[in-house]
Design a protein around this ligand. Structure first.
Ligand code: NAI
Ligand code: MG
Length: 394
């Protein structure tokens, strides 16, 4: 049966997944879900690695070198949650021997996105019975989050860091009135490149086609809506539009729409059914996707993927929820849905896709049969997972 071998080998191809429990509710969610994930995706090798605040406090880096090495040997990563705090608190909580050594805290999520070039943040907004069923693709590498500078005093030496930016803003009406111009003027730059928008628009077009393929009964044209501020941020918006229009020529089956982000924000609330795939720059995408999370019942249900050409990290949209950590009541749904996204992202083999779809349906069912506190119920994390197992017949 020589000829059957390649297909069989592909079906059974093991996948290495780095499991990153992180901080707060992250480890308790991971503990409750690890066994279930291993059973649903038996060809996954789950390799646990450290990340997060505890690593920063103990070692001065939220992502230790061993974790980078584990990631380097993996096909993808599944992250539960991390804590991030402002610079001053970060310094204060460092182990005593590391304080004052010049270490600076950098968010592990940002480190992962930048070092692994995870340029698209994909956030599906869907729930059976909810009016919303769309996906937001947020640009992850540039935009309004790329540069944010406190200007040096205006009378500081002109070769002080960022002093040259004064020339751009010094005659703006409010800046002229910022009397002493000492440490009270900051500037953010919206970096926008056609390079980033070509790859983002391609990713969005592929997603729109995949959504259509998964929904063969729908007659709607797959649509990518670009949510931006073209009338205000004119030049950068022109770069975005130019890049998206070029990509649109490669995907004649997909409709591309250009819309004002503020209007999109309102329509997400009043008429979410009109959207299919939405793309937006970093800040706008961040805000729109939290509106999306609100539409499907909150952060406990919102899953996401950070996708690059070579690697992807899957994570719930929520953080480490210190207010409920340690009580065993966190909703593990977003984590399980992130695992399902991971399987779909990795998996051409049907053997991987069917379990992902089943897991997703079982999670949705458990939100009704065993709702956690955030969903208005009383189920604990492990009771929710037990309900998912029951739905799956495990
Ligand atoms: P958060 O997402 O941790 O919590 C916001 C609210 O939602 C809290 O009331 C929390 O109890 C609730 N919540 C979140 N996830 C839940 C779940 N699975 N089940 C039930 N309730 C849930 O955001 P917050 O409080 O602003 O930040 C806490 C920490 O998390 C901070 O250190 C922040 O920097 C970090 N963070 C990390 C993110 C990530 O890992 N990507 C994203 C957002 C925040
Ligand atoms: Mg956010």
């Amino acid at each position: 049966m020589e000829t059957d071998q390649p297909a069989t080998a592909k079906e059974a191809a093991p996948r290495r997944i780095t499991l990153l429990p992180g901080d707060g509710i992250g480890p308790e969610i991971t503990d409750a879900c690890r066994g279930l994930i291993a059973e649903v995706f038996p060809h996954w090798e789950l390799i646990e690695a450290q990340i997060g605040w505890s690593q920063w406090c103990a070692h001065g880096n939220p992502i230790p070198q061993e974790t980078w090495e584990t990631l380097g040997r993996s096909d993808a990563a599944l992250l539960a949650a991390i804590t991030s705090k402002p610079a001053r608190e970060a310094e204060k909580e460092l182990a005593p021997h590391l304080r004052g050594t010049g270490l600076t805290y950098r968010s592990p999520i940002l480190q992962l996105r930048q070092r692994l070039d995870l340029f698209a943040n994909i956030r599906p907004v869907t729930l059976p019975g909810a009016a919303a069923d769309f996906t937001i693709v947020r640009e992850n590498t540039e935009g309004l989050y790329s540069h944010d500078y406190l200007l040096p005093p205006h009378d500081a030496p002109t070769d002080s860091p960022h002093h040259h930016l004064w020339a751009e803003v010094v005659e703006d009406s409010t800046v002229a009135r910022a009397v002493d111009k000492r440490g009270d003027v900051a500037v953010s730059l919206r970096v926008t490149t056609s390079f980033a928008w070509h790859r983002l628009a391609r990713q969005a077009a592929k997603l729109a086609l995949a959504r259509q393929a998964a929904n063969p009964d729908s007659e709607a044209t797959p649509t990518v809506t670009v949510a931006d501020k073209p009338n205000i941020l004119r030049d950068s918006a022109r770069v975005i539009r130019g890049a998206v229009e070029q990509v649109a020529k490669e995907y004649p089956q997909v409709a591309f729409d250009f819309a004002n982000a503020d209007a999109v924000a309102m329509q997400l609330v009043t008429d979410p059914a009109r959207f299919d795939v939405i793309i937006a720059e970093n800040l706008i995408g961040d805000i729109l996707s939290d509106i999306g999370a609100g539409l499907i019942g909150g952060l406990g249900l919102a899953a996401s993927a950070n996708v690059g050409d070579d690697f992807a990290v899957f994570e719930p949209v929520h953080g480490s929820a210190p207010d409920i950590a340690g009580r065993g009541v966190a909703n593990p749904a977003a984590f399980l849905l992130s695992a399902a996204m991971c399987a779909e992202h990795l998996g051409a083999p049907a053997s991987e896709l069917a379990p992902a779809a089943k897991l997703r349906q079982a999670v949705y069912a458990a939100t009704r049969t065993a709702p956690t506190l955030d969903l208005g119920g009383i189920a604990t994390t492990s009771e929710f997972v037990a309900a998912v197992r029951a739905e799956l017949g495990l």
